[in-house]
Structures are given as C-alpha cells and as structure tokens.
Write a new protein. Structure first.
Length: 65
C-alpha cells in the first residue's frame, strides 16, 4: 500500500478516540485493518458508540438501527 500523503490533514477530522492507534489519519490503512478483522472503523459510528471501541458489525447494526 502506498504511503498516505494526507495523514496530517485527515487527523483534523478523524473521529477515532483510540489515541495510540498507528493508523490515525491514514484512512486507507484503517479501513483495510478493520476489514481484515471483520470490523468497521470507528469513524463510521456515532460518537457515543465509537468510544466503546467495539468495532463489530453487530455493534454497528445495533447502534444504527
């Protein structure tokens, strides 16, 4: 995967609150990582649900239903 040239500007609007994440601001790497784990990235969740760090598809369906 090519290096993301927009990491710093992406960080300005990244809603992920998991601070030690090495993919913060690198949206392509984040989506790839969570997809490989069968998860959904935190930025797809509403703010209150994102803070639970439960990235499961089940949690996403629960909070979005």
């Amino acid at each position: 995967m090519a290096d993301c040239t927009e990491v710093e500007s992406n960080k300005e609007y990244c809603t992920c609150t998991y601070e030690p994440c090495p993919r913060k601001g690198n949206c392509c790497a984040c989506v790839k990582y969570h997809n490989e784990k069968g998860e959904i990235p935190g930025c797809f969740f509403p703010e209150n649900a994102e803070k639970t760090y439960d990235r499961s598809v089940e949690k996403f369906v629960e909070v979005m239903s």
